[in-house]
Write a protein that binds this ligand. Structure first.
Ligand code: BES
Ligand code: MN
Ligand code: ZN
Length: 501
């Protein structure tokens, strides 16, 4: 879909549909009042008769409103004027986009830019609407013989802005929103692709395609054999159980000066997690195809960054393998030596994410990074702690923790800071190795993060546990694209790109 901006009076717009907000109870927005005046109170009368209360997400589609040049006017309920939150704004945009798409309006001019979302400017409102629109229209139907497509889909969506100055702001917001949405779609496509197709090899191929698509990206692949040779014993302990070999897939994006230190993103790319010999129960195991959601979000962020051409250097390390039970798989009790030299007693082969990630973190040292952030569907425990709303955020460097929290707020992609206190480290004690990979049931997301922190001592590091946020279960099962908005915002903030700059 195509987005653009325009600044012009409402009665002169020739379009398939005008989109106008109505607050509760029956209160027209400023633009709504203009249309009401033009149409000799046609709208006001409808409201008084009770056709539209203005409740959040309510819809009223009118044809041929007197004295307008538009085929239709779509009124959308925005709830109480004073209480408009980001989530409500998102609900409104979703409703508008799906309605337009289903009712044959192939283009529309949207006046929702005049809604007051507390603390959010025009840039934010337009960018977020673009992201939300793409998100609402996203489908994953590659494997469906019959595709469910709209007969007359929405093609062009125009944001009205109130001044010429705002046109430029709007155009930047659209560009940024498109890039972040493209990143989310990349992430969702990869994550939704099942484990029989999306293997470690498949992810590496995708990274090679990135290098072809973007002149700024270089891809290299470190094979399982090379990793074994190198001494990445923790990674190998996971990968060796599968017939699909694992690897480290590395994408280097250069947008800044060559000698500038890079930011490194490390993604957990377990393309399927059976649990290994510590086999998972069968129910819902299909969802463990999403155990490469961290890796998928690194791909998505790479795409967003490359599309926006951010002036910084970024390295993506995809730690990818399949966690399978087999005659070659690790057993509970096995002791391995990680790439860092620290030894690990594998008390549970289902705590495999931290095993592949710890060696990837050590590998990251060779890029002399400014900051390293790993992203992983690491623990079921983070879902118990934070549910499906927020990703668990950990950092060994407070300013970095704050930057990520602030990016999370700006991008409306929630994260919540969790502690890395020393006291928790006792839970990882092992009788036979330096430590174990299992911290027991209490504070399971925290002990997993503490485990990783033992491999992140040489740089500023943050960890996002996205097990609760990367995908939805149940009827609406599917990847969410998170935390691409958060990571993209963090990187945009690094180079002061926020629409007003
Ligand atoms: N990929 C899972 C985490 C997970 C579980 C994400 C359920 C989403 C839903 C991870 O590899 C895992 O199995 N973690 C174990 C760790 C435990 C054995 C210490 C868990 O969370 O149960
Ligand atoms: Mn597991
Ligand atoms: Zn896992």
């Amino acid at each position: 879909m195509e987005f653009s901006t325009k600044s012009g009076s409402v009665e002169k717009q020739r379009t398939a549909c005008l989109v106008i907000g109505v607050y509760e109870p029956r209160k027209l927005t400023h633009i709504g009042e203009q249309i009401d005046n033009i149409s000799d109170n046609y709208i006001g009368n409808l409201l008084r008769r009770g056709d539209m209360e203005g409740k959040l997400g309510q819809i009223l589609l009118l044809h041929h409103v007197p004295n307008t040049l538009a085929d239709r006017v779509l009124f959308v309920g925005c709830g109480k004027e004073r209480e408009l939150t980001e989530t409500q704004y998102q609900t409104i945009v979703k409703k508008v986009i799906t309605t337009l798409n289903e009712t044959g309006s192939m283009d529309a001019i949207c006046y929702l830019t005049d809604l007051k979302v507390k603390g959010r400017d025009t840039y934010w409102k337009i960018r977020f609407a673009v992201e939300t629109a793409h998100q609402s229209l996203y489908t994953f139907d590659q494997f469906k013989s019959q595709k469910d497509e709209a007969r007359r889909p929405l093609r062009r969506f125009v944001f009205n802005v109130s001044s010429r100055r705002e046109l430029a702001i709007g155009d930047t917001a659209i560009k940024d929103g498109n890039a972040i949405a493209a990143g989310c779609a990349e992430t969702m496509d990869l994550a939704n692709t099942p484990g029989n197709i999306c293997t470690p090899h498949y992810l590496s191929q995708r990274a090679l395609e990135f290098a072809k698509e973007f002149a700024t990206i270089k891809t290299t692949i470190v094979s399982q054999d090379e990793l074994e040779e190198m001494g990445a014993g923790a990674f190998i302990a996971v990968a060796k159980g599968s017939d699909n070999p694992g690897n480290l897939t590395i994408m280097e994006y250069q947008g800044g000066p060559k000698d500038e230190k890079p930011i490194v993103l490390v993604g957990k790319g377990i393309t399927f997690d059976t649990g290994g010999i510590s086999l998972k129960p069968g129910e819902g195991m299909d969802e463990m195809k999403y155990d490469m959601g961290g890796a998928a979000s690194v791909f998505g962020t790479m795409r967003a960054v490359a599309q926006m051409q951010l002036p910084l250097n970024l390295v993506a390390i995809i730690a990818t393998a399949e966690n399978m039970p087999s005659g070659k798989a690790s057993r509970p009790g096995d002791i391995v030596t990680s790439l860092s030299g620290q030894t690990i007693e594998i008390l549970n082969t289902d705590a495999e994410g931290r095993l592949v990630l710890c060696d990837a973190l050590t590998y990251a040292e060779r890029y002399n990074p400014d900051v390293v952030i790993d992203i992983a569907t690491l623990t079921g425990a983070v879902i118990i702690a934070l549910g499906h709303e927020a990703s668990g955020l950990y950092s060994n460097h407070n300013p970095l923790g704050h930057e990520l929290m602030s990016a999370s707020d700006k991008a409306n992609d929630r994260a919540w800071r969790m502690p890395l206190w020393d006291e928790y480290a006792d839970q990882l004690k092992s009788n036979f190795a330096d430590f174990s990979n299992l911290g027991g049931r209490p504070a399971g997301s925290i002990t997993a993060a503490i485990f990783l922190s033992k491999f992140a001592k040489k740089f500023q590091w943050a960890h996002l546990d996205i097990a609760g946020t990367a995908w939805r279960s149940g009827k609406a099962k599917g990847a969410t694209g998170r935390p691409v908005p958060l990571l993209s915002q963090f990187l945009m903030d690094k180079v002061n790109k926020n629409g007003n700059a």
